[in-house]
Design a protein around this ligand. Structure first.
Ligand SMILES: [Zn+2]
Ligand SMILES: [Zn+2]
Length: 174
């Protein structure tokens, strides 16, 4: 998800380049894989506008059963990147800007951090591996989707049994 934009920086405003993402998951290892989509880089008067769209399989943990699953996340980016050095004479350009949106001294524009942020923002607050995920048995801890357990439905939690026992010992009402 890195492009050398030296050529584009030397081009007149409005010049553009298009690239396709082709599973560049290595750069987002642990977060997402199978990235597809496309990016359009457009020369602006001060920098380069990056327009990127696509989807990826984001690694997610189910909020009910804690199982790992792949969530089809989307990203849609429109951000302007600024050069950190002048492409002609190599002098430093002092544009106070976000490091994420800076084109480095070797004229490399790196989109991976933005894509990662956008994918994270697309994940649901409480991800579920399936809409009807039965979750985990509160008594024995079984993952009910894979291993239905023998615990009585709505049965008492063993932790409360212990507490009830203590109450009896100190002579309180059960
Ligand atoms: Zn689940
Ligand atoms: Zn159980």
């Amino acid at each position: 998800m890195k492009w050398n934009v030296a050529q584009l920086l030397r081009s007149p405003t409005g010049t553009d380049c298009r690239y396709a993402f082709d599973d560049e998951g290595r750069q987002l290892a642990g977060l997402a894989s199978g990235i597809t989509g496309s990016v359009r880089l457009i020369r602006t008067n001060k920098g380069i506008l990056a327009l990127a769209r696509g989807q990826a399989s984001a690694a997610c943990t189910c909020s009910r059963c804690l199982d790992r699953f792949e969530y089809p996340a989307r990203f849609d980016i429109a951000e302007e990147f600024w050069p950190s050095v002048d492409v002609e004479d190599g002098s430093r350009v002092d544009e106070a800007s976000d490091a994420v949106l800076t084109i480095d001294e070797r004229h490399i524009l790196d989109l991976s951090k933005l894509v990662a942020q956008d994918i994270l923002a697309d994940l649901p607050m409480k991800p579920l591996c399936a809409e009807d995920c039965p979750g985990i048995c509160a008594t024995c801890g079984a993952q009910l989707r894979f291993r239905p357990c023998e615990c009585p439905a709505g049965g008492s939690d063993s932790r409360w049994d212990k507490l009830a026992g203590i109450r009896l010992e100190i002579g309180g009402a059960p």
